[in-house]
Design a protein around this ligand. Sequence first.
Ligand code: ATP
Length: 359
Amino acid sequence: MNSSSAVLILDKVSKSYGNGLAVNEVSLNIRENEFFALLGPSGCGKTTLLRMLAGFETPSAGCIYLDGLDISPLPPNKRPLNLMFQSYALFPNMTVRKNIAYGLEMERLPEAQIRQRVNEVLSTAQLTELADRKPNQLSGGQRQRVALARALVKRPRVLLLDEPLGALDKKLREKMQLELKRLQHESGITFIVVTHDQEEALVMSDRMAVLDGGKVCQCGSPSELYENPNSRFVANFIGVSNLFEGLRGAEQRVMVNGHELKVEPQPGAVRGEAVAVVVRPERLQVLGGQGGECDNQVQGQIVEVAYHGLDTNLHVKTALSDKPLIVRVPSSQFEFAHFSSGMDIRLGWQARHARVLTH
Ligand code: ATP
């Protein structure tokens, strides 16, 4: 990647606590005006990484550059970065307008300028009508927007958000994901968001880094990570995967439990090496009696039918793995084919829709 377009560069940043490494040589380039997500399971080091960017923790090794300058020696209040905490920490006795203005008043900006900037942000965050209310007169989503407005009004170079939607229920969360993306886009500020929710990261971010055990496993756009995971961990963590463990056979073949699966040619493939073949649920097809045109076919039995509204997931037991495969079919297909538990079906997929993983 061209590092000149990067606002923030992390160069082999590590953080140890005693004998434990919370963050292990993380290198990332975060671009101008990007919505970047740090994603990973609990304890993978996301928050520690964010706190190092904000200046609340000091790296044990490595450097952090903002616009080309090493910011490691700067205390939090001297960094043009703003961290929005998980708890919104609004002042309960102040109105929405006052909460938002507070940071600018602390900077002693002229009153007229404060008023103008606060009005702008109120409008962007769709809070103008609520400007005179106190936090306890707002809904969870509205309080969240105030917290965001309060961070945005300071026009940080980069806004850091730790699980910004963590306190909201599912429905509101989904609405606010799009809202957050819109606010990022309209403000033109680079956002770095920590989340453990892969769906949220897929929906919101331009690019994301998946972390595990303090290390970056993979970094890329949501579709790159979903379509081309580089490891079993990423394949399992992002979306739903069907994973078949096997050994690489002759050219473009992987042997899985005595079945020969056809895969795409891969440079450097070593015959006999242990690999996993991954196929996403929407890439599996339910085949009719004749078997269709698929490169790979397998017989199975439906063990569960899980209705999700738009889609239905069929859980299908096959000889390829101990775990049933998950096949996603549009629920509208039910008009034509009735699927039920105990039914025998034949599944198929094209070699180009499978990925072979060596890690
Ligand atoms: P979560 O999603 O649960 O918030 P996380 O990915 O944000 O997790 P971190 O909070 O960064 O994870 O923690 C990473 C590792 O570092 C964990 O094993 C944690 O126990 C450890 N850790 C974090 N802070 C400290 C600390 N102050 N002292 C000792 N160990 C710490």
